[in-house]
Design a binder for this molecule. Structure first.
Ligand code: MN
Length: 740
C-alpha cells in the first residue's frame, strides 16, 4: 500500500526531534511509537490509511514547533485512551503520570448525559480549557490534532466536513490566534474557508494570483529598495514581501463591506531586525523615504496585543503611489508572532509546566486563566462556550480610565463592558458614562484611545437588557448573575408572604428553623430555595405546611389532588372571592421630583391610582395648604377637578440625559389561574429591569385572576416594553395600563 510506505518510521520520528533537541530521550520516543502502533492495531482512517499514521502526523507537526519530548510522546499517544483499550492507569504506568495527564486532557468526555450535540460540544470544550489551564501543552497537541484532521478533511462525508470546518473556524482557529499561534491559525482558517465557502475561496485565490503576476516586479523592487536603504544605514535586517491570505481578505471584505478592488493593503512587507531599538530606526528610515498614511501607525511593541503579539505597523505610499503595509519587529518577536505560546522560551529549557512563570510572562496565558475563572461563575456550558467564542476574536480596542489605566476590550465593547472590566461593583452600579469628557449612552461602541468615566449610583440592579449591549463574557456573566439574584430576591419575598399566610390559615406556628428541618422532604437545599420555589409557583404552600407538620391535613375531600388549577382554592390556596395584596420592599422615597414648574414647599406626590412616568404629558393639581399631585393628562381622576381651574398647575418633566430614575405606574393583568403564572409575570417584569412595588390579586372567576400591579419604571417606553412583553406570555390574557 502506497500510504503505508509513506508513514513515518520509528527512526524518522527520533531524527526529527534530534534535529532541534540533541538530548531527546530516544528510548521514550521509541516506546511511545511501539505502544501506540500496537494499541491502534488495524484501525483505519477515512482516507484508507492506517489510523496510526494520524498520531504520527500530529507529532510531526509538533516537531516543527520544536516541542519537548513529553509533548511529542503525548501527541503519539493522544487518541489511545479515547479510541483503543488503553487506560489512563496504563499510560501512567508505562510513561509516567506527567504524560498520562497530558493524554487524558486530550481525551473527550464520553457518554455525556446531555441533551443536545451543542451541550456535548460545550462540555468537551470546557474540559479541554481546564486541561489547557493545567498544562498548555494540551492545547498545542489539540491544535496539531485539529490541523491534521483539517488537512485530511476531504476524506470525510460532506456533512461531517461542514461541521468540523465550522467548529474549526468558530473555536480552534480563534483559540490558536488568541494564544498568538498565527501560523497555525492561518492554516486552520484557510482549510476551513475552502470547505465552507469553496466558490469564494477559489475566486479570491484566482484574483490574488492575477495580482501577483501584475505586481510581482513592484514587490521585488520595493523589497530591494528597502534592503539597500537599511544596509546603507548599517541596520542588519531581513525583508520579506508577502501577500494576504484568501480568508483574511474575505473577512476584511465582509467586515468593511467592500469589494476586492477597494482593498488597499493586499501586499505587505515584514522587516525583521536583531534589536528592539533597530525597529524604531527602521521606521525612521521608512518614514523619511516615503510619506506615511495617517492613522495607520501602530506600536504594538510598547503596547503588546493581548496574545503577546509585538510589532510596529505602518503604511506608506510607496513607488507607483502604491500603498505598502509594513510590519517591523525583532526576530524573537517574529517567533512569538508566528508560534505564540509555543515559542515561549519556557518550552526550550524544560520548565514547560511552570504555570507561575507563564502567567507572569504571557498575556495570552493570563487571558486563558481569566477565561477559566469564568467557568467557576456557574454558567451553563453552552453560555460559557458563547462567552468564550466572543472573547476569542483578537480584535481589540484599548481604552483608558480617567487615571490613565489601560483597559483592553474586544471590538464592539460598550461602556458597560468597560465598567465590568474595571470591577464588577463598578459595572453593577453604573448609571451613565462619559466618553472623552462627554456624556454618552451606555450602549455606545468604544473606540481605540477613548477615555471612559463611569457614572455610578448605589443600590441599583443592572437591567437585564444590558446583556444585549455587552460583548465581554465577564460583563454578561455578572449582569446575568445580578439580575438572577434580584429576581430570586423578589420570589423569596413573595414566597415568604405566601408561606406565612398558609401557616396562619393552618393555625400552625411558622419559623424558618422549623422549615429548615423539613428541607429534605421538600427536596430543596435551603429555606430560601423553598420560598423562591413557592414564589415561582413550583411548590404549593400547603405542601410546605405538610412538610413541617406531617400530620396536618387540609380540610379537603379525601383523595383530592393538590388544588392547583382547581377553581375552589386556586392560587396558593386562596379562598374564593378574596383579594390578596403583596407589598414588596420598594426603592424608598424619591428625593426631589424631576418636575419643572413647581414652586413653594408643599409635598409633591404622584397620582395614587396609577402614577405618572416620563413620556406622559403631566399636569399638577394643587390642594391648597396640603399637597401637589402629579397626574398624567389621560387620568380619568382629573375630571373631578374640571370645575376648579385655579387648582391646575402647568408642569413638565425635567430630566437630565443619562439619569436613571424610577417612577410609579400601574398595570392591570388578567391571567390564567395556574401555578407559575405569578412567577412568569414577576419574571418578565424583573427581567425587563422594572421593579414590582405591590401586587393585588382579585379572583374574578375560578379560572382567571386579575392582578393590579404597581411597578416602578424608567419611562413610558420602558412601560410599553413591559406591557408588550407580558402580552407575549401564553398565561396572560390581557394587559393594560391603569390611569387612576
Ligand atoms: Mn486525533
Amino acid at each position: 500500500m502506497a500510504s503505508k510506505r509513506n508513514m513515518m518510521r520509528q527512526y524518522e520520528l527520533v531524527e526529527r526531534v534530534r534535529r532541534y533537541n540533541p538530548h531527546a530521550d530516544e528510548e521514550l520516543l521509541d516506546r511511545a511509537y511501539v505502544y501506540a502502533m500496537r494499541a491502534h492495531g488495524a484501525q483505519m482512517r477515512a482516507s484508507g490509511d492506517p489510523f496510526f499514521s494520524h498520531p504520527l502526523e500530529v507529532a510531526a507537526i509538533l516537531t516543527d514547533l520544536k516541542l519537548d519530548d513529553a509533548t511529542i510522546v503525548a501527541a503519539v499517544l493522544h487518541d489511545t485512551i479515547e479510541d483503543t483499550d488503553s487506560t489512563r492507569e496504563e499510560i501512567d504506568r508505562v510513561f509516567g503520570p506527567d504524560i498520562g495527564r497530558l493524554v487524558e486532557g486530550l481525551t473527550k468526555l464520553k457518554r455525556l448525559d446531555l441533551v443536545s450535540k451543542r451541550a456535548v460540544q460545550a462540555e468537551n470544550f470546557r474540559k479541554l480549557l481546564l486541561a489547557i489551564a493545567a498544562d498548555v501543552r494540551v492545547l498545542l497537541v489539540k491544535l496539531a490534532d485539529r490541523l491534521h484532521n483539517m488537512r485530511t478533511l476531504h476524506f470525510m462525508p460532506p456533512e461531517k466536513q461542514q461541521r468540523i470546518a465550522e467548529e474549526t473556524l468558530d473555536i480552534y482557529a480563534p483559540l490558536a490566534g488568541r494564544m498568538g499561534m498565527q501560523t497555525m491559525r492561518d492554516e486552520l482558517e484557510e482549510l476551513a474557508f475552502r470547505h465552507l465557502m469553496p466558490q469564494a475561496a477559489v475566486t479570491i485565490k484566482t484574483r490574488l494570483d492575477e495580482l501577483r503576476e501584475k505586481n510581482g516586479k513592484i514587490i521585488a523592487s520595493v523589497e530591494q529598495e528597502l534592503r539597500d536603504e537599511l544596509s546603507a544605514r548599517g541596520i542588519e535586517a531581513s525583508v520579506e514581501g508577502r501577500q494576504k491570505l484568501p480568508y483574511s481578505i474575505w473577512r476584511k471584505m465582509e467586515r468593511k463591506s467592500i469589494a476586492f478592488e477597494q482593498l488597499s493593503d493586499i501586499f505587505g512587507f515584514r522587516v525583521c531586525v536583531n534589536k528592539v531599538e533597530d525597529c524604531y530606526r527602521v521606521i525612521g528610515v521608512v518614514h523619511t523615504k516615503w510619506p506615511s498614511v495617517p492613522g495607520r501607525f501602530k506600536d504594538y511593541i510598547s503596547t503588546p496585543k493581548e496574545n503577546d503579539y509585538r510589532s510596529i505597523h505602518t503604511t506608506v505610499v510607496g513607488p507607483g503611489r502604491q500603498r505598502v503595509e509594513l510590519q517591523v519587529r525583532t526576530h524573537d518577536m517574529n517567533d512569538v508572532a508566528r508560534y505564540g505560546i509555543a515559542a515561549h522560551a519556557l518550552y526550550k529549557d524544560g520548565r514547560v509546566a511552570d504555570r507561575e512563570a507563564l502567567s507572569r510572562e504571557s498575556r495570552a496565558y493570563q487571558w486563558l486563566q481569566r477565561t477559566i475563572d469564568l467557568l467557576a461563575e456557574g454558567d451553563s456550558p453552552e453560555e460559557f462556550l458563547e462567552h468564550t467564542k466572543l472573547e476569542l476574536f483578537p480584535d481589540q480596542v484599548f481604552c483608558f480610565t480617567p487615571k490613565g489605566v489601560l483597559i483592553a476590550l474586544p471590538r464592539g465593547a460598550t461602556p458597560i463592558d468597560f465598567a465590568y472590566a474595571v470591577h464588577t461593583d463598578v459595572g453593577n452600579s453604573a448609571v451613565g458614562a462619559k466618553i472623552n469628557g462627554r456624556i454618552a449612552p451606555l450602549g455606545s461602541q468604544l473606540e481605540n484611545g477613548d477615555e471612559v468615566e463611569i457614572v455610578r449610583a448605589e443600590g441599583q440592579v443592572p437591567p437585564a437588557v444590558w446583556e444585549k449591549l455587552v460583548v465581554t463574557g465577564k460583563a454578561r456573566a455578572a449582569i446575568r448573575r445580578a439580575t438572577r439574584d434580584a429576581v430570586k430576591m423578589q420570589y423569596i419575598n413573595l414566597g415568604r408572604q405566601i408561606v406565612t399566610r398558609a401557616f396562619e390559615r393552618a393555625a400552625k406556628p411558622y419559623a424558618e428553623d422549623k422549615l429548615k428541618a423539613a428541607l429534605p422532604r421538600l427536596a430543596r437545599a435551603g429555606v430560601e430555595d423553598v420560598l423562591a420555589a413557592v414564589g415561582r409557583g413550583e411548590i404549593y404552600s400547603g405542601d410546605v405546611v405538610k412538610a413541617v407538620y406531617p400530620d396536618f391535613s387540609e380540610d379537603r375531600k379525601p383523595g383530592a389532588q393538590p388544588p392547583r388549577p382547581e377553581g375552589e382554592d386556586g392560587w396558593f390556596g386562596l379562598p374564593k372571592a378574596e383579594s390578596l395584596v403583596f407589598k414588596f420592599p420598594g426603592r424608598g422615597e424619591q428625593d426631589a421630583l424631576p418636575i419643572h414648574g413647581l414652586s413653594g414647599d408643599l409635598p409633591v406626590r404622584f397620582a395614587p391610582n396609577g402614577g405618572a412616568v416620563p413620556g406622559d404629558r403631566i399636569v399638577a393639581i394643587l390642594t391648597p395648604g396640603k399637597e401637589i399631585t402629579i397626574y398624567p393628562i389621560q387620568s380619568p381622576d382629573l375630571t373631578a377637578f374640571d370645575d376648579q381651574p385655579e387648582r391646575w398647575l402647568d408642569v413638565r418633566w425635567d430630566l437630565e440625559a443619562g439619569q436613571k430614575r424610577f417612577f410609579p405606574a400601574r398595570i392591570l393583568v388578567t391571567a390564567i389561574n395556574e401555578p407559575g403564572t405569578l412567577g412568569t409575570i414577576a419574571t418578565v417584569i424583573g427581567d425587563m429591569g422594572a421593579n414590582i412595588d405591590t401586587i393585588a390579586i382579585n379572583i374574578i372567576s375560578p379560572d382567571f385572576r386579575e392582578m393590579i400591579i404597581d411597578i416602578e419604571i424608567a419611562d413610558l417606553k420602558h412601560l410599553n416594553g413591559v406591557v408588550t412583553e407580558l402580552r407575549t406570555k401564553p398565561v396572560v390574557s390581557k394587559v393594560e395600563r391603569v390611569n387612576g
